[in-house]
Design a protein around this ligand. Structure first.
Ligand SMILES: NC(=O)c1ccc[n+]([C@@H]2O[C@H](COP(=O)([O-])OP(=O)(O)OC[C@H]3O[C@@H](n4cnc5c(N)ncnc54)[C@H](OP(=O)(O)O)[C@@H]3O)[C@@H](O)[C@H]2O)c1
Length: 271
């Protein structure tokens, strides 16, 4: 990465100008998006007052949420979406040779490890909504049920999670690679494990146990973000804000992240 570089990918704001030929948005539109991910060279530059973004990476900000929530949603939400719902891109997968294939959630039990974090708290809500919707459960999903499940999962201790009896697990796990093998013991044959981090090391053990392990790298996708935005707009899925910092306090924001035990997302605000 050439320095100096401006970090960050997630944004929410108002369109100030539209490039010739760009379509879909007009000056004054409120938009949000994960801009140019993956990219490492500062091309996204989201820690800024103004950001140039491809129109295909943006979606209209849901009217039902504010810019804080919208800025917190794109990367974590798209990661959960592209692991659990639909992949949404044909780019080579840097985390494994084959294409990641989300499994149908109908009838599945889903364990989200790290459910208090950015990806985790949205993954648990998405999984609950989609599993119920597609399994035609008599208990229709409500905004309260999907959002409150995230809070319940977040406050559950790892020991308590392990005691839960499940026919099959789809685990979207977020912590470090050194601890991945322990998840396999909680999965039944035929289950699937979706680590979101780089470096899952127990592929042989997973094969022996009949567990599918699959990973991918999230990519910018305005169309999927618009679909996810409908759930945010309706309050079916809610974004939790751990803390906010002014843009000039970005260093403090990173120090907060480094302390761990995050409850949702950290957001930088601009005047
Ligand atoms: N594949 C992709 O495209 C993609 C996209 C986005 C993010 N990621 C990766 O996904 C991971 C999560 O990202 P995030 O933004 O959600 O991070 P985050 O907000 O920091 O959340 C991480 C969560 O994991 C928990 N955790 C950490 N170590 C744990 C352990 N050993 N056992 C159980 N829980 C543990 C944390 O809880 P405590 O701090 O309380 O322990 C926290 O709830 C990161 O590794 C990130 O790099 C991958």
């Amino acid at each position: 990465m050439p320095f100096p570089a401006i970090p960050g990918w997630d944004v929410s704001g108002v369109v100030e100008a539209v490039a010739p030929g760009a379509t879909g948005f007009a000056v004054g539109d409120e938009v949000f998006g994960m801009v140019r991910f993956p990219s490492l060279g500062g091309e996204s530059a989201a820690y800024a007052e103004y950001v140039a973004a491809p129109a295909s990476h943006l979606a209209l900000k849901p009217a039902g949420i504010d810019h804080l929530q919208a800025a917190a949603a794109p990367m974590a939400g798209l990661t959960a979406w592209q692991y659990l719902i639909e992949l949404g891109h044909d780019h080579p997968n840097p985390l494994q040779a084959q294409r990641h294939r989300p499994v149908p959630l109908a009838g599945r039990k889903v364990l989200v490890n790290g459910a208090a974090g950015g990806v985790g708290h949205l993954a648990v809500q998405l999984a609950k909504c989609k599993a119920r919707t597609s399994s035609r459960s008599r208990r229709a999903p409500t905004s309260r049920s999907c959002a409150s499940s995230a809070l319940t999962m977040s406050s559950t201790t790892p020991g308590a999670r392990r005691r839960t009896r499940c026919a099959s697990w789809t685990s979207s796990s977020t912590p470090s690679a050194a601890t991945t093998g322990r998840f396999l013991r909680t999965l039944k044959r035929g289950g699937a494990l979706f680590p979101v981090f780089i470096g899952f090391r127990d592929a042989d053990q997973a094969d022996e146990r009949g567990v599918t392990v699959s990973m991918t790298q999230v990519r910018s996708n305005g169309v999927q973000l618009a679909a996810f935005g409908q759930l945010l707009d309706a309050g079916t899925v809610r974004v939790a804000i751990d803390s906010t910092f002014a843009l000039a306090q970005a260093r403090e924001a990173h120090e907060r992240a480094a302390r761990g035990h995050i409850q949702g997302k950290i957001v930088l605000t601009v005047a």
